[in-house]
Design a protein around this ligand. Structure first.
Ligand code: HEC
Ligand code: HEC
Length: 442
């Protein structure tokens, strides 16, 4: 049933485009700074993998088999692919999947494209890596209701599984929790969304987008304000925002133990979304039209609303249809198959040259400087000179610190009494990283 609705949606879109073309001028809207945007949306040529879990064909093959394996669930009846279905963009086409108790789960099943570039996982970002994420659904009482120890025993009694683990992990050929999670993560990192018509525009083919799609792209970057959060080739800033949905789910707030992040959810990628309706963390919006209508006239005003959301998004009916037309250019015309991109071990971000400093700025969602040298006993002042609320956090063995909501104008001061390396992040904008090296006093 849901599948039919998706197909209808696909068929209606071109009609909409033609209708608006016939009704108005088919002028090509000028996109200001076109070369800048082409660069900003260019696809990468490698898939990142962490140094402690390099992607190998053997591991990916094992991970793909485990993704389908119902032995990971308590009753032997659910696998990852029960909810993350390949033909539905690794989602499930419904608002909230029924749990083992037959009641809808709390949130919608997100599609799994381009997870390799993710900085945090789940709608509220509560898992820090794909490896740690997979434990969630396996042991979740209402999702798979599994017991990892029993699942590992079941797999170990299967000679074929033993052989597959041995091939995937030649240095440590055993069926362990870590190897299972590594194989699942390695498989998920291969789910790269394929090129679409939009990518041909990015590569310089001006004629590939219709006038209304180009007008939609202009609105996306201009009046709609969408690109403030849906950035880069995946169309996400990996940050957490309250976009004013009526849902009472607190999202990121409880994860950070911080009211300023209530109702904030991770910005979803917009790749291949034609194939993964309905939308939002609660699956409450059925179509792209509903999504655009939400931004234009449905935003619930509350104190936690993201500073990156324009106060008013004033879009005519025609402009809303153009935005919808543009959104569909980020999806394949036929059910998507993962693209193949060579893997590469990558650490997060380029290592910056560390400088001696005792003050850091947070302007434009960037710590500046981004790498600092201090001496034991010195304090670091972090000034929120940005327009957004931030959150300074350190989670390490030596130091646990959470600044709570740090409003524009607020300064957070951190003292360091032990030498070592510290990573400071913002819990709301995890792409913000500040590395601090504290040297012992002379
Ligand atoms: C019963 C349905 C169901 C099953 C089974 C399931 N998932 Fe999920 N998955 C979900 C839901 C719902 C969420 C979102 C939950 C949340 O954000 O709180 C999710 C989230 C995720 C995410 C995070 C995506 C993102 O955008 O951050 C990943 C990755 C994932 N699942 C992988 C898996 C793997 C691997 C398995 C098997 C071990 C699995 N899932 C089994 C329903 C399911
Ligand atoms: C302030 C940041 C921000 C801005 C600006 C923004 N979005 Fe979003 N977008 C999000 C977040 C966060 C979500 C998920 C919200 C949730 O589920 O609670 C989302 C969800 C979506 C979704 C649903 C994706 C899915 O798979 O569920 C679409 C489509 C979308 N936005 C399109 C747009 C368009 C079009 C605009 C411009 C009119 C826009 N967004 C502006 C942050 C933003």
């Amino acid at each position: 049933m849901t599948r039919d609705r998706l197909l209808i949606l696909k068929r209606v879109l071109p009609v909409l485009v033609i209708a608006t073309l016939a009704g108005g001028a088919a002028e090509k809207s000028a996109i200001p700074d076109i070369e800048h945007w082409r660069k900003a949306f260019a696809r990468p040529d490698h898939t990142p993998a962490p140094a402690d879990n390099p992607t190998t064909p053997e591991k990916v093959k094992l991970g793909a088999a485990l993704f389908e394996d119902t032995r990971l669930s308590g009753a032997g009846n659910v696998s990852c692919s029960s909810c993350h279905q390949a033909e539905l963009s690794f989602s499930d086409g419904i608002d909230r999947h029924p749990g083992l108790d037959d009641q809808p789960l709390d949130r919608r099943t997100p599609p799994l494209w381009n997870m390799a570039w993710g900085l945090s996982f789940f709608w509220d970002g509560r898992a820090a890596s794909l490896e740690s994420q997979a434990l969630g659904p396996i042991e979740h009482q209402r999702e798979m209701g599994g017991d990892l120890k029993r699942a590992l025993e079941a797999l170990a009694s299967d000679p074929q599984m033993r052989a597959s683990f041995a091939k995937a992990f030649p240095e440590d050929p055993s069926i362990t929790r870590d190897n299972l999670l590594k194989a699942l993560a390695a498989f998920e990192r291969t789910l790269v969304s394929p090129e679409t018509r939009f990518d041909r525009w990015v590569k310089g083919d001006d004629a590939v987008l219709e006038a209304d799609e180009l007008a939609g792209l202009s609105l996306f970057m201009g009046k709609g304000g969408c690109v403030a959060c849906h950035q880069g080739w995946r169309f996400t800033d990996e940050a957490f925002h309250d976009i004013g949905l009526p849902s009472t789910d607190k999202g990121r707030g409880p994860v950070l133990n911080m009211k300023a992040a209530d109702h904030a959810f991770k910005t979803p990628s917009l790749r291949e979304r034609v194939w993964s309706a309905p939308y939002m963390h609660d699956g409450s919006l059925a179509t792209f039209e509903d999504v655009v209508d939400h931004y234009a006239k449905g935003v619930v005003k509350r104190p936690t609303l993201s500073a990156d959301l324009p106060q008013v998004i004033d879009l005519s009916e025609k402009e809303r249809a153009q935005l919808v037309a543009f959104l569909s250019t980020l999806s394949s015309d036929d059910p998507p198959r993962p693209a193949s991109l060579p893997p590469k071990i990558m650490a997060f971000g380029a290592p910056a040259q560390a400088v001696a400093a005792t003050t850091a700025s947070q302007k434009d969602r960037r710590f500046s400087p981004s790498a600092i040298l201090l001496k034991v006993g010195e304090a670091l002042r972090i000034l929120n000179d940005d327009t957004r609320t931030h959150n300074v956090r350190v989670d390490s063995a030596e130091m646990n610190f959470n600044s709570d909501g740090q409003n524009p104008g607020d300064t957070v001061t951190l003292g360091f009494d032990k030498p070592g390396h510290y990573d400071i992040i913002c819990g709301i904008h995890p792409e913000m990283r500040l590395s601090v090296d504290v040297a012992s006093a002379p």
